[in-house]
Design a protein around this ligand. Structure first.
Ligand code: ZN
Length: 331
């Protein structure tokens, strides 16, 4: 007999649906290639176990199969009898062999036909069961400016694909596939151009549909989820299209006024500090903010009067003089 599904599942002819299921589960666990090893023998065994269950768990298929099996056993019994009776009548062993192998061939082809229709069904159903690919999660870092204006980022993602050589079967002509080392899949870098919309918030997720791991059996690919991380910057904050920045000025500039250099998106800009500028005072640099479409924001700087460190003796003397002049001995 080509395949005896009862034997494969190690069950009796009178097993109940539950018994068939339990036997299948036990064997499928035991012979899963991930557990028992990726050898051709194991894979073959695992396939047979699945085929057997495919047929025996389906009432209609099982009924047909049981009939065919019964018939096969019967014809096998008869042919044995025939061969035996033929044996008695012949003295030519070669002829006997030819006869018997012909008979065997006939029997197998009959059986194979029936069997083929089952396994084709089983296989096509297996193929028809679509499995969605795994989702992939990744991170993208952008600057605050990119977050406000929107940007396009190019990212490279490592993706798993079905091995192009063995088509995921792990073996080529019975030997382990050399391309994927028998894994059935390979990893490739895929380049994505991701458009990040203007105004995106920190930790927002961008979903790229079906750019995740490949689906199996015609199933959809998984999705690719990108978490946006807006890079923390100590120097800048944003408020809409405006950029907020603190600038440090020394007491003499705050008192006397002066010019300092401020770095902005459009380069360094000379900023005039008026005399008597107070700590916390805000100065607007028009047009130095974020560009978005046809609009452009401003840069708003907040003055921080910084106490100079590491003063020279001369400077300390000057501060002393200032104190005497202002008569600020006691506050
Ligand atoms: Zn391969």
């Amino acid at each position: 007999m080509t395949k005896d599904y009862y034997k494969i599942l190690d069950i009796s002819d009178f097993s109940t649906t539950d018994e068939i299921k339990n036997a299948y589960r036990k064997l499928a666990r035991k012979w899963h290639p991930d557990v028992a090893g990726n050898t051709p023998d194991v894979i073959q065994r695992f396939k047979e176990i699945n085929e057997a269950y495919e047929i025996l768990s389906d009432r209609a298929k099982k009924t047909d199969y049981d009939k065919a099996r019964k018939f096969y056993n019967y014809s096998s019994y008869n042919s044995q009898k025939q061969t035996k009776s033929y044996d008695k009548n012949t003295t030519n062993p070669n002829f006997k062999e030819t006869y018997s192998s012909n008979k065997e061939q006939k029997k197998s082809s009959f059986w194979d036909e029936i069997f083929k229709s089952y396994t084709n069904n089983a296989k096509s159903e297996e193929i028809k069961t679509p499995k969605k690919g795994e989702d992939i999660y990744s991170d993208v870092e952008i600057s605050v400016f990119e977050a406000v204006s929107g940007t396009t980022k190019v990212i490279n993602m490592l993706q798993t694909q079905i091995c192009p050589k063995c088509g995921g079967r792990k073996f080529v002509n019975g030997t382990q596939c050399s391309f994927c080392n028998g894994k059935g899949e390979t990893s490739v870098y895929k380049r994505f151009k991701v458009k990040i919309p203007a105004g995106i918030k920190n930790l927002s997720k961008i979903r790229l549909a079906e750019e995740g791991e490949k689906g199996a059996n015609g199933g959809k690919n998984g999705d690719l989820y990108l978490t946006i991380h807006i890079r923390e910057t100590q120097n800048y904050k944003t408020d809409g299209l405006n950029i907020l920045k603190n600038i440090q000025v020394t007491p003499d500039i705050a008192v006397l006024g002066g010019e300092i250099t401020v770095s902005t998106l459009i380069g360094n800009v000379a900023l005039k500090i008026s005399p008597n500028t107070k700590n916390g005072q805000k100065i607007r640099l028009a047009g130095c903010g974020i560009k978005q479409d046809k609009k452009i924001g401003d840069m708003i700087v907040t003055v921080e009067i910084q106490i100079p460190q590491n003063l020279t003796d001369e400077e300390i003397d000057l501060y002393r003089k200032l104190r005497q002049l202002n008569n600020r001995g006691v506050v």
